[in-house]
Ligand binder design. Sequence first.
Ligand SMILES: [Zn+2]
Length: 389
Amino acid sequence: MTLSTHAVPTTTELLSSLVACPSINPGARGQFEAPYGELAMARLLQDILEPWADAFRTEEVLPGRPNVIATFRGKAGGPKRALEAHMDTVDVDGMHIEPFVPTVKDGQLYGRGSADTKGPMTAMLLALIRARAAGRQLNGDWYFISTCDEELGGKGAQHLVESGFRCDGIIVAEPTELSLIDAHKGVERYAISIDGRASHSAYPERGANAIHAMSEFICNLELTCQKKAQAYSGDDAIGPLTMSVGVISGGDQVNRVPQHATIEVDFRIPPGSTLDLVLNCMERAAEATCRRRNGIKIHWERTQHYSPLQPAPDSPFSQALTEHARQHLGNATPQSVRYATNAGFFSEAGIPCMVFGPGSIAEAHTASESIPLEQIERAARFLEAFITA
Ligand SMILES: [Zn+2]
């Protein structure tokens, strides 16, 4: 048992220190210095956790971008479980508030990451620290894991699973307004290119217009996905396969038939479906497009993916957590949501998972992101009771 003479931080102190430490996902910028990257956050978490945890380590996932893993030993022979919260946030362009100057007003703490997901992370840290400070035994070993790169690819969670980490259950921190989430969609993102043939625009028949072909391909893809969606018979809250083209580019000048066009597409797939669903839609759309247009080539590359979260209602972890929520929060039925989280990667590796946390997903990524401090307090009490029960 580790006892520490360190002071237990208040909710506001702890969350303020996390928000004041910028950790914007650098994405493709290749910049890992503050305010980008997770290194400073990993060091801050080390300072916060080391007085209380039995072990602390980092694992480098991408250059300068680690995961954090702290171990809190509990009752021998008990289950091994984890609390996971990602370190990174989205960018701060266009924010209406000072992103890294945490400010409390009317019981809300404002700042980038306050809702997604430093507030939910605060609840987890408080649960572990308070249990330790009070000398309460944990009901088994608990890991606190903080991953990098959740917002733009989930490389931290994927690395954790690929490095062989397994346990009996993981609570993934996201702002769910204190509901348990046990199912969500997965994401498949593709960059799709069409190569045509350039020509003088006065003689378009000599070329193969890549932009025209792309517009047709997009219509075909949308139709194919809609047909698949009509056959969906699953959970209404999750809904069927959807697709959205988020980026398009092509051509270089108006008097030249363009040789090249590219799109980036975001597909959302329901639990139980696989990558084949998406590949099949793209293949059909490509066939239909090439049938009507000569001289074009369509190719694609998978750029990002998040696995769907499959419910594991029969696992001891899910049953214990659901019962705990019934007793302490009065909401017994786990919910399904459309957005993806790290939980999908863990559930794909066979680890039962639920998503839980204070704050609202409607606040995540917004220009004036905030979280009610009172909800963090409720989440912290709920989690502390769960890890010591
Ligand atoms: Zn998040």
